[in-house]
Design a protein around this ligand. Structure first.
Ligand SMILES: Cc1cc2nc3c(=O)[nH]c(=O)nc-3n(C[C@H](O)[C@H](O)[C@H](O)COP(=O)(O)OP(=O)(O)OC[C@H]3O[C@@H](n4cnc5c(N)ncnc54)[C@H](O)[C@@H]3O)c2cc1C
Length: 524
């Protein structure tokens, strides 16, 4: 077998590279170890027939707003990808029965905030008004390769627009913790908790430096654009990408684990599969893997010790546990019927509990009260379940990969296979405390431990859903070893994309698309 480009792994970034290169006339081959392609974006009926569960990402807003989608959205739609947008995006339920949430209508959100704090409502309006201007600069950074010439151009433009003081102010914001940013601008503890929950989707507990940008971006992006899911499940996006690749004469092989990268001298020219097959790559090998896994595919030797050391020392965030529920009906939230309309309900009522859950997970303990993200995809897209029925997507943040004990002192085991159902019971008790009787509506459940996540996708080391900590020392200029900002490696024609490379996790397809653009321009 021979291709222009061979892609190791069918994650969103590998597929985006393959699709873009295919459209540009490259013949691509994608080799995926799992039986179902898509990595952390896939949909399957894991509880009961007719109930479609997003096993990884559910929220495709990052993809819908991506540069890749802007260029290839029409082709994807032709191949069956349909967006399922919602105006009622995310909310937090509080133990006292109140709630606060963001609807893609500024007056509606602001009036909800006003009930908590009038000044906060005014600040929210002000920030929402400024958001498009800010997004140009922050989004511009996320869409810029961390290479000298590209960064210099970005910084020059930023300085011309904002001046020295404005640019420094932006840098200060990017370095701030969620709490520092929220305390500076808001007063209501409930509003702060509602926003800070977004940091927990990554590994930014309220006091972690560099985390302010995520609660800010998610809050105001949802305010400004709403949230987008994939019709029929996020896996529809993967299916459409595959059809797009195949339509350009590309090939996808599943159940095909890559065991090594073949080199001639210092240049990669193919891969070897677990069954011994060798596949030739004429122009590029693109690895959609973790950094250490990439070095292992090179027999632990890329030719550059500093690169190998950095890759092998890459740090991972605490893990995630997923609970997929087939439901007779949506939960009856104490906070009221309105909550049934929201895509995400965060059960993360205060900054203090988020701090504790993170600290306990980092200490190797099962958090006594984890953060729970309750996804209600069928409220947006009823096609994912039989008529009148629902699915719930429960994301449990954060949990340790290796269990040292239980912060609540109740669960005794330390092996995930033994304790995951008991821990899921704790999570469902939390759900019941906000929506009494919710667990009595469960038809079937499927519990996925952090180690199960890793077994399905080796890039999610320890069940880390963001494929590597995004703390400042591993983000921006530091996501990727020095000198390899534009997804290059020390090996000629070998490139590295995916969530563990810049611009990081999520469904935005940034690394895959920007690398493919670069390869097409001929800057190998
Ligand atoms: C539970 C969960 C929920 C999430 N929710 C959201 C969300 O709602 N919104 C959002 O934007 N993001 C979300 N994310 C994050 C987002 O889904 C990921 O960051 C993103 O999809 C990762 O894409 P990737 O390109 O890095 O590839 P990955 O998804 O990591 O896929 C890589 C693929 O490569 C394969 N592979 C690796 N090594 C080899 C090998 N040697 N040979 C062959 N194949 C190999 C793997 O099997 C895998 O299929 C979530 C992630 C998880 C896990």
């Amino acid at each position: 077998m021979s291709f222009d480009a061979v892609i190791i792994g069918s994650g969103i970034n590998g597929l985006a590279s393959a699709a873009h290169l295919g459209v540009q006339g490259w013949r691509v081959g994608v080799f995926e170890s799992a039986d179902i392609p898509g990595g952390a974006v896939k949909t399957a009926e894991v509880t009961s027939p007719g109930f479609k569960h997003d096993l990884g990402a559910m929220n495709l807003s990052l993809f819908a707003g991506s540069a890749f989608h802007a260029e290839h959205g029409a082709a994807l739609a032709k191949h069956g990808f349909e967006l399922a947008p919602t105006a009622d995006t995310f909310a937090t339920a509080f133990p006292d029965g109140r709630w606060l949430g963001v609807t893609n209508d500024l007056d509606v959100t602001a009036s909800r905030i006003e009930a908590f704090d009038e000044m906060d409502a005014a600040t929210w309006r002000h920030m929402a008004g400024d958001f498009m201007r800010e997004l140009e600069d922050i989004g511009g950074l996320l869409g810029t390769p961390m290479a000298r010439h590209r960064m210099a151009k970005y910084l020059w433009k930023l300085w011309r627009k904002r001046g020295t003081a404005g640019a420094i102010e932006l840098a200060r914001f990017m370095a701030s913790s969620p709490r520092a940013f929220l305390d500076e601008h808001y007063r209501s503890p409930e509003l702060k908790a509602m926003m800070a929950a977004w940091g927990m989707h990554l590994d930014f507990a309220p006091d972690v430096a560099g985390g302010a940008v995520f609660p800010y971006l998610e809050s105001f992006a949802n305010q400004s654009f709403g949230m987008v899911l994939g019709k029929g499940g996020a896996g529809g996006l993967v299916n459409a990408l595959i059809k797009m690749i195949e339509a350009q004469n590309g090939a996808i092989h599943t159940g095909a684990r890559v065991t090594s990268i073949v080199r001639t001298g210092r240049t990669a020219n193919g891969i070897r599969l677990a069954d011994g097959t060798t596949v030739t790559a004429r122009k590029a090998v693109i690895a959609n893997t973790g950094p250490a896994a990439l070095v292992r595919l090179l027999d632990d030797e890329s030719g550059d010790d500093r690169y190998d050391d950095r890759a092998l020392a890459f740090r991972y965030a605490p893990g995630t546990m997923m609970i997929h529920l087939a439901m007779d009906a949506l939960p009856d939230w104490t906070a009221g019927e309105d909550l049934k309309r929201f895509a995400y309900i965060h059960l993360a009522p205060s900054l203090g509990m988020m701090d504790l859950a993170y600290a306990q997970a980092k200490a190797g303990l099962l958090p006594a009260e984890p953060v729970v993200v309750v996804g209600q995809p069928t409220t947006v897209d009823p096609s994912r379940a039989p008529a009148g029925k629902h699915v719930l997507w429960l994301q449990v943040r954060m949990v340790p990969a290796a269990i040292g004990g239980d912060a609540a002192g109740k669960i005794k085991g330390t092996d995930w296979a033994d304790v995951k159902e008991a821990y899921a019971d704790r999570v469902l008790d939390i759900l019941d405390s906000y929506a009494p009787g919710a667990s009595s509506k469960i038809i079937a459940r499927h519990v996925v431990s952090p180690l199960d996540l890793e077994a399905d996708n080796p890039n999610l080391v320890g069940g880390d859903q963001i494929s590597g900590s995004h703390h400042i020392s591993q983000n921006f200029l530091f996501r990727g070893p020095p000198g390899h900002a534009e997804w290059s490696t020390p090996v000629g024609n070998l490139y590295h994309v995916g969530a563990s490379t810049w611009p990081g996790a999520g469904t935005g397809a940034g690394s895959g698309y920007m690398l493919a653009q670069r390869l097409v321009r001929g800057r190998h």
